[in-house]
Design a protein around this ligand. Structure first.
Ligand SMILES: Nc1nc2c(c(=O)[nH]1)N[C@H]1C(S)=C(S)[C@@H](COP(=O)(O)OP(=O)(O)OC[C@H]3O[C@@H](n4cnc5c(=O)[nH]c(N)nc54)[C@H](O)[C@@H]3O)O[C@H]1N2
Ligand SMILES: Nc1nc2c(c(=O)[nH]1)N[C@H]1C(S)=C(S)[C@@H](COP(=O)(O)OP(=O)(O)OC[C@H]3O[C@@H](n4cnc5c(=O)[nH]c(N)nc54)[C@H](O)[C@@H]3O)O[C@H]1N2
Ligand SMILES: [Mo]
Length: 748
């Protein structure tokens, strides 16, 4: 009989079928609801032709070392070498750069999702390694909710409301009368949890809430953001205008006498000046429903109906993460909090606000937090840190000072880039610009599993194992399980775990004791699990010991007795549970932000049109949303049979106006570059918008990506000078017929 061990990946828990040392099939762990097509593709991830099987070095770098011309990256032959050769060269190069140029010349921020599994988490490994060396240039923040993190710290004193905290579905179902979803609830996003989850039950929660009488209102340019079978009001605004709608709803509640003054007085700071800005103090513009309807280009009747709905009953106001991934994205989140404050239901079951219910599986799943271990970091005393999305700016303008979080950051001069667990030629915006800047550093080292766009553009490529080729412990604090992830198969080719690679480098650089603490994989897993057991005890929970966890494969973590209500404790006792903001309250006007004196960041929620020529004013352009892919996780799985020809969604009438038929090959272009895609016409979107999926592997040359990666088009300006986060969703494109010989293609 075949063995069927259980393990975990970002797509969920699965049973593996192993035959003769091969991983032949994977199926969702029974009852977990994990997506069968993604789980089913796991063996392909392991055995695909794109796997990197040996260390490789770019021809020019092999011949001339760091003096090789960086322009050869991605073009020159990659030469297979022995591990010992590769490790000696990498260690010597790190030592050289550190000696000659200091720690900040070593870039190892290495943003990216890596794989599930907490010990072998590649980004944690690389940052710990460079910590052991004494410091490096790190990245802070993320692409998922980079703007939200910073604005929530200002407004609520912590980013918990986007990082992990959310009112649990148990507290919504049966309690919420109206669930307003800015950005919608797109089920495709529920296939994935960072770190992996044993439950995929978001769709069930939404259905259960609907059955118990919750009315859903979806505000999104795309109708597919409403889960199938859920009746919802649909309002389809211009992308990037949600803030105007939220402000106008807040003012409308004032006009209707539906402001909870008691809540504003007891729990917020700066409500008066926020409310008077709605009446036009400052800019002379009253933020009426008509005003918002004009900006968002929706019928004012739609907004009136929405105002009617939120005027009474228990109202949960939510926003998808995508909404803050846009110019002035901070304002959307701040405005939502302000609207919720006006309604006065923050901290009550089923009311208030929440972020990400439509963005990731397991948001609001009500789990006990803190029991999944993580690899401890080491300091970064001699290093520095840049905002994650300013990576290309750093290559372009070393020495430049940029505003960030109210202070200044100096972009370092980086000589060596070392990446493990991320794919910048997936996640970064304006990839043709990145490609030009990528030629500058002296040396680029990449640990990868697959020959993707980043690996192909490296000087030294070290083959990394997949999570199925090593032992680990996995899970997420948003889920109710912790998994022991057994090694299923031997590593393919000469692939090695990142830990093994960094251990060998640390040995060569005299940093082994700090990095490894003398422990091997098993030693680390036991050590990490001991911290979880301790944490569990502190919560009065009995966790299995390491051997028991290993034997049982999965531990069902007891759930908290009471379902979480976001800011419930603060509501209950605003003095004892004072918020860590300057006022101790929810800041509807922020004196601290005012003190930062940033041109693009007023001290209270405000609507600002996108600038940089991307506000949609140019004739013949479409607002492009580059959304998370239905069938992949970012660029992961795009090399499997799940790959689809890249598509662009457009309203049927817009296509007709361009004389383009459904299925036509089109060239999508922006001021930055172009890519090819297959046109898909739909009536399920507003006019003037288009959508593409992220994920296809970038194959750009001469300003055109035949692979259909939307980051060939997106712009790399920040959300604001407060958070410097990605504004990928603010992007105008043109669409035209592709030339007769321009083939679009799958990814690999
Ligand atoms: N236009 C546009 N761009 C976007 C977004 C958008 O909405 N629009 N979304 C953004 C968001 S939210 C995110 S989170 C980012 C995602 O960006 P990334 O996280 O960089 O994307 P992934 O494809 O998940 O990259 C992870 C890489 O790690 C590799 N890997 C996996 N496991 C291991 C391992 O154990 N060791 C090593 N060494 N490597 C491993 C995988 O093969 C893969 O290449 O993209 C961002 N980019
Ligand atoms: N299948 C799959 N799921 C994933 C991922 C994946 O790669 N694949 N990635 C995961 C990651 S890393 C993240 S961060 C999350 C991201 O989660 P999100 O950022 O929320 O995901 P998106 O698909 O970019 O956007 C969600 C919806 O918001 C709508 N929208 C976009 N802009 C606007 C706007 O301006 N106004 C309004 N009203 N609506 C708008 C879009 O129609 C879109 O369908 O997804 C996670 N889930
Ligand atoms: Mo993300």
């Amino acid at each position: 009989m075949a063995q069927k061990p259980v393990s975990l990946c970002h797509w969920g828990a699965f049973e593996a079928e192993l035959v003769g040392g091969r991983f032949v099939a994977a199926t969702p762990w029974p009852g977990s609801g994990a997506p069968p097509e993604m789980i089913g593709a796991l063996p392909e991830l392991v055995y695909s032709d794109t796997r990197i099987l040996r260390p490789h070095i770019r021809r020019g770098w092999l011949d001339r070392g760091h003096r090789a011309d960086g322009a050869g990256r991605g073009a020159e032959e990659m030469v297979p070498v022995e591990w010992e050769t590769a490790l000696d060269l990498v260690a010597a190069e790190i030592a050289r750069v550190r000696e000659a140029h200091g720690h900040t010349a070593l870039f190892a921020g290495s943003y990216g999702w890596s794989s599930a599994g907490r010990f072998h988490h590649a980004r944690s490994q690389i940052r710990r390694f460079y910590g052991a060396l004494g410091g490096f240039t790190d990245q802070t923040g993320n692409y998922s909710w980079g703007a939200a993190e910073v604005i929530l710290e200002e407004v609520l004193g912590s980013s918990d409301a986007v990082r992990g905290g959310a009112t649990a579905w148990e507290s919504i179902i049966g309690a919420t009368d109206t669930f307003v979803a800015f950005g919608g609830l797109n089920p495709k996003n529920w296939k994935v949890t960072s770190g992996g989850a044993g439950h995929h039950h978001m769709a069930d929660h939404v259905r259960a809430a609907a059955r118990k009488g919750t009315r859903f209102v979806v505000i999104s340019p795309f109708a597919d953001d409403i889960p199938e079978g859920i009746e919802a009001d649909w309002i389809a605004p211009r992308p990037g205008t949600d803030t105007a709608i939220m402000l106008a709803l807040a003012r409308e509640m004032v006009r209707r006498g539906r402001v909870d003054h008691a809540f504003l007085n007891a729990y917020t700071a700066g409500a008066d000046s926020f409310l008077s800005s709605l009446d036009g103090s400052g800019d002379g513009v009253e933020k009426t429903l008509d005003w918002a309807a004009g900006i968002a280009d929706v019928p004012v009747a739609d907004l009136k109906r929405l105002a009617d709905r939120i005027e009474t009953g228990r109202v949960m106001l939510t926003a998808a993460w995508a909404l803050q991934r846009a110019r002035h994205g901070e304002m959307t989140y701040w405005a939502l909090i302000a609207l919720a404050a006006v309604l006065g239901q923050i901290g009550l079951p089923g009311g208030g606000f929440g972020f990400g219910y439509g963005s990731l599986n397991a948001v609001g799943h009500g789990a006990t937090k803190g029991l999944v271990p993580s690899l401890p970091r080491l300091g970064n005393e001699s290093g520095t840190v840049i905002p994650v999305a300013r990576f290309a700016d750093m290559l372009e303008s070393p020495g430049r000072e940029i505003p960030f979080r109210g202070g200044q950051v100096t972009l370092p001069e980086v000589r060596l880039i070392h990446w493990a667990g991320g794919n910048p030629f997936h996640h970064a915006q304006d990839l043709f610009r990145l490609q030009r800047l990528w030629a500058q550093p002296e040396t680029i080292i990449v640990h990868e599993q697959v020959w993707n766009a980043t690996a192909r553009r490296a000087d030294i490529v070290l083959p990394a194992t997949t999570a199925f080729e090593r032992n680990d412990i996995g899970g997420t604090s948003r889920d109710r399980h912790v998994f022991y992830m057994p090694r299923l198969i031997a590593p393919r080719g000469e692939a090695r775990a990142d830990y093994e690679i960094f251990s060998a480098l640390a040995e060569r650089l005299g940093a082994a004791p700090a990095f490894t603490e003398g422990l091997d994989e098993a030693g680390w897993l036991k050590k990490l699990w001991a911290t979880s057991i301790k944490k569990a005890h502190s919560l009065g929970i009995d966790a299995p010991d390491f051997e028991a966890l290993q034997a049982q494969n999965v531990w069902h973590v007891p759930t908290p007795e009471r379902p979480e209500v976001l800011l419930g404790a603060y509501r209950h006792d605003p003095t004892a549970a004072r918020l860590p903001t300057p006022s101790g309250r929810i800041e509807l006007t922020s004196k601290r932000i005012e003190g930062y004196a940033l041109d693009d960041m007023p001290p209270h929620p405000a609507w600002m049109a996108a600038d940089h020529g991307e506000g949609g004013e140019a004739e013949g352009t479409f607002a492009l949303l580059s959304r998370q892919p239905r069938h992949f996780l970012h660029s992961q799985l795009a090399q499997t049979s799940l790959a689809r020809e890249p598509e662009i969604l457009l309203h049927t009438k817009d296509a007709a106006a361009l004389a383009l038929a459904d299925g036509a090959q089109v060239r999508v272009s922006s001021d930055r570059g172009a890519c090819l895609a297959r046109l898909r016409c739909t009536s399920g979107c507003r006019r003037g918008v288009a959508a593409m999926e992220t994920g296809p592997w970038f194959r750009g040359a001469d300003g055109v990506d035949p692979g259909g990666n939307p980051n060939a088009l997106t712009a790399d300006f920040p959300t604001s000078s407060l958070s410097q986060a990605t504004a990928a969703q603010t992007c105008q494109v043109r669409i035209s017929p592709a030339g007769p010989d321009s083939g679009t293609g799958g990814s690999a």
